[in-house]
Design a protein around this ligand. Structure first.
Ligand code: PLP
Length: 481
């Protein structure tokens, strides 16, 4: 092609690619449609079922899935509503009390939108000093919440699994670079810890499952005995992984005593606080997770306990240099790395380079709603779990167990003359089919438990009342059905 032909071809391509850049009027129309759809969705939440049939996924098919000429936005939004938003769990519902709920703050959704529109490059301070400053403000704030000294460093991750992995890699680089060190945890540790050890190349590290007490908390005496046994056998203790809130029962390991054992034996102390760690923001919660500030590293999940939409975890390391040493690297085409007045660059603290500017979805709600609202919501969740536990204890035939450490209540249904595991499992099945209140189940040492996990910012006392009502109805159905 000569220059004239090239020029003509380029003009043609410019016209052809135009759908990628809607003009101002089109942007406004698209924006209004999408916002309208989102607002409509939010209005549907108070009454939406918490669990919908999968059939909706197949109600319509996009055929072909991807067209050359694009589709009508109204048709797409309607497809999205019917075939994506409806089927499966409604995790935004105030009556969703299964697994570990989050909720998804609207302010965060707006933050994601703003971040995507300006597309600031938040990996390096030189590219977006403002974005990096804001991200560092967020991780510093998280460090303050858990009570870390100013020497800590942190990184926002996609979730708790990657936060645990990030911390474990820092622990490996600091204390087990050549391998061989032993790991100590309990059988209630989240399975992402095993995954993280595997990815970090420590899947075959000697691993000791430490005994727990009757509240599923790590026994400090058993931990110390295991460490001493390893030392006597010539095995170097490397890493203790404790829980600040287990998935099953929300139990918090005795963190201050574990920290003391780790200090005495020079073992890296990691706390998986993905569920419970950030309860440290409110006074009652801080008391529950006391000792978390003594850990060498902590994994947190703002998409759980700060109610963000999915996609935000955080790894914090007490001695920030250990995080930097594990992840800082340099490349010719990037300006020399290092500190700047806005703090370290996220790319030096994490395996990621180019990444979503995820700080904005945390920063914006903290700014717009204010910290006090978060603190109140957390305290409300802790009290709601106590309220649920108290009401459940008044129902006949239920074993509500001990009062909850945090906001998870694990309980059993034990009517006379029925197998307790089968009755509990059946009760949960009825609840989930009814779809009004969503709880989940687990097995602890072979026994079946129903779990009520209260963590959505939308859950209030009336929703706990409703959950108790639904449980009583389901119990009746199990007994007589
Ligand atoms: C949720 C959770 C995880 C995993 O976090 P993701 O955000 O799902 O990756 C790990 N540990 C605990 C205790 C959790 O509650």
């Amino acid at each position: 092609m000569n220059v004239e032909q090239l020029r003509a071809e380029l003009e043609a391509l410019k016209t052809e690619m135009r759908p990628l850049e809607p003009d101002e009027g089109e942007r406004r129309v698209l924006g209004d449609k999408v916002l309208g759809h989102a607002l409509g969705y939010l209005e549907s939440i108070p009454d939406a079922p918490t669990n919908n049939e999968w059939e909706g996924v197949f109600a319509q098919r996009l055929d072909p899935e991807f067209t050359e000429e694009g589709r009508d936005p109204d048709a797409l939004l309607s497809y999205f509503g019917q075939c994506v938003n409806e089927p499966g769990f409604t995790t935004t519902s105030p009556r969703f009390m299964a697994y570990i709920p989050g909720g998804g703050l609207f302010h965060s959704a707006l933050g994601d939108f703003l971040a995507a529109v300006s597309n600031k490059y938040s990996g390096f301070a030189s590219a977006s000093p403002g974005a990096v400053r804001l991200e560092n403000a967020c991780t510093a704030w998280l460090g303050e919440v858990i009570g870390y000294p100013k020497t800590n460093a942190g990184t926002l991750t996609s979730g708790g699994s990657i936060a645990n992995l990030t911390a474990i890699v820092a622990a490996r680089e600091a204390r087990d670079p050549d391998g061989g060190g032993a790991v100590y945890t309990t059988r209630f540790a989240h399975y992402c810890v095993d995954k993280a050890l595997h990815i970090a190349g420590r899947g075959r590290a000697p691993k000791r499952l430490i005994d727990t007490d009757d509240r599923c908390r790590m026994s400090v005496a058993a931990l110390e005995a295991a460490i001493e046994r390893d030392i006597a056998d010539g095995i170097r203790p490397w890493l203790v992984i404790a829980s600040a809130g287990t998935i099953d029962t929300g139990s918090v390991d005795p963190l201050p005593a574990i920290a003391e054992v780790c200090r005495r034996h020079d073992v890296w102390f990691h706390v998986d606080g993905a569920y419970g760690g950030l309860f440290a923001l409110c006074e009652e919660g801080r008391e529950k997770v006391r000792g978390i500030e003594l850990a060498d590293s902590v994994a947190l999940d703002p998409h759980k306990t700060l109610f963000l939409p999915y996609g935000t975890g955080a790894a914090l390391v007490r001695d920030g240099d250990q995080l930097r040493k594990a992840f800082s690297a340099s490349a010719e085409y990037i300006r020399p790395l290092g500190e700047s007045e806005v703090g370290p660059s996220p790319a030096d603290l994490s395996p990621e380079l180019t990444r979503h500017f995820r700080a904005l979805r945390l920063w914006l709600p903290l700014q717009m709603a204010g910290v006090a609202a978060f603190r109140a919501a957390q305290r409300e969740k802790l009290l709601l779990a106590q309220y649920f536990h108290a009401l459940l204890s008044q129902l006949p035939d239920f074993d509500a167990g001990p009062p909850p450490d945090l906001s998870v209540v694990a309980f059993r249904y034990a009517p006379d003359g029925m197998d307790c595991d089968a009755a509990s499992e059946r009760l949960l099945q009825i609840l989930q089919q009814e779809g009004r209140v969503m709880l989940s189940g687990t097995r602890i040492d072979g026994k079946y438990f129903i779990r009520c996990a209260i963590l959505s910012f939308r859950s209030h006392a009336e929703h706990v009342d409703e959950a108790i009502g639904a449980i009583a109805r389901a119990a009746d159905a199990v007994k007589h059905g």
